[in-house]
Ligand binder design. Sequence first.
Ligand code: ZN
Length: 503
Amino acid sequence: MSYYVTTPIYYVNAEPHLGHAYSTIAADILARHMRQRGEDVFFLTGTDEHGEPVELPAEREGIPPQELADRNAPRFQEMGERIGASNDFFIRTSDPRHAAKVAEVMQRVYDNGHVYEGIYEGWYCPRCADFKTERELGPGNTCPIHEIPLEREREENWFFRLSAFEDDLKRLYAERPGFVVPHYRRNEALSFIEQGLDDVSLSRPRLKWGMVLPWDQSQRMYVWFDALLNYYTALSFAREGEDLTKRYWPANRHVLGKDILKFHAVIWPALLLAAGIEPPRGMVIHGFLLMGEKKMSKSLGNVLDPFEAIERFGSDALRFYCFREVSFGQDGAISAAGFEARYETELANDWGNLVSRTLAMVERYRDGVVPEADADPALEAGEDGLAGIDERVSELLDRIELTQALEEIWARVRRLNRYVEETRPWDLARAGDDERLDQVLYGLAEGIRVLALALHAYMPATTDRLLEALGEPERGLAAFGSRPGGASIERIPPLFPKLEAVA
Ligand SMILES: [Zn+2]
């Protein structure tokens, strides 16, 4: 089966920051997990390069907007590489192939009679690239997000007949309870639809940096329309000489932050219906990571700079922290001190130590070969047993419970640590209880192999190193089923060196 997952495309007017990285990592976890399940995955990310959010800063610098876009887009590509994103394509909306496809789709919307010309008057925020309704206005006609005074605009616009899709959208939400997750974001989007939809401006005469309407060369499209369409257009040119649209559309999951819910959960499906294209199957809305700095960390100072954290601790540590610390979907506080605390207690101690001890004991007591033994039922059974962990993780990730799935895996990490303390392999070695020692070492080696596979979507770099050391070439979940002993293992340096060693 095919599985198509996307991130939002990021405005090229800013530097990449943790918020961008967070969306990308979430989509990457889903993409990697689905590949592990053997699905035919396509993972898209990219940059949003049109509209006033790019035009205005370029103007201030006295350079053409394309130059600003060309300068900043590579920073977002580089961000993806640094956080370990496994995207299959990176779309830039200033790509002429995107423009051609957008024109084709918008022409269909026009031909189907879903646009009309009219006068628009309202309060406009150039930084949001959007008009605000009376309900949304801040005090003194300001933008509630940017806290800047808004401009009163009156002009001829083309309008998209959003109001005509009210019933279709209600039906879509009724037929697909999981169209928007988590459910509280679904309720938010649905109540917006139920309040009644107004038509929305599609184009403006005075935009300079944007795509012209195919049927009216005097107007340019709001950036939102061309941006949303990236999810669809990319498939037509992501692979040279091949159109992937049939293979991957409709998208399975758009991953996005709660601030752009309305555009994605209301306007986007309506626009697709207007063009006669099937809406996406679903979308995943995440909250914000809030910098709640209280105390200073040992080595990262006061503010968690994601790229500094990656430099010192590796991308896996950051990937782990973001999804461990804040329950995915909700807003939550993060900090440099919190990052280091989790790094030390969970990555270096719980997991890193378990791995080092297991590899060391297999080397010391069994010359680096995992002994042949039967699985210890004590490790398999129970709430935090290893049996069925792959199904449990899959089930949770299908429901987009990224934090809960990680917690389930971590419960097994703690279980294996307890097992070491309970069985005391060093005493078994001293007492010459070879049969029991074989069983314990086999159980531990199998345990870390299975947990490395389960953690692979979250922490691809370090689990690759570990699985290689364990002589496990597979990454798929099919490899979960227990492996007989006999594999030669290798000692490797600590996956997550202690804080003092890093700082
Ligand atoms: Zn604004």
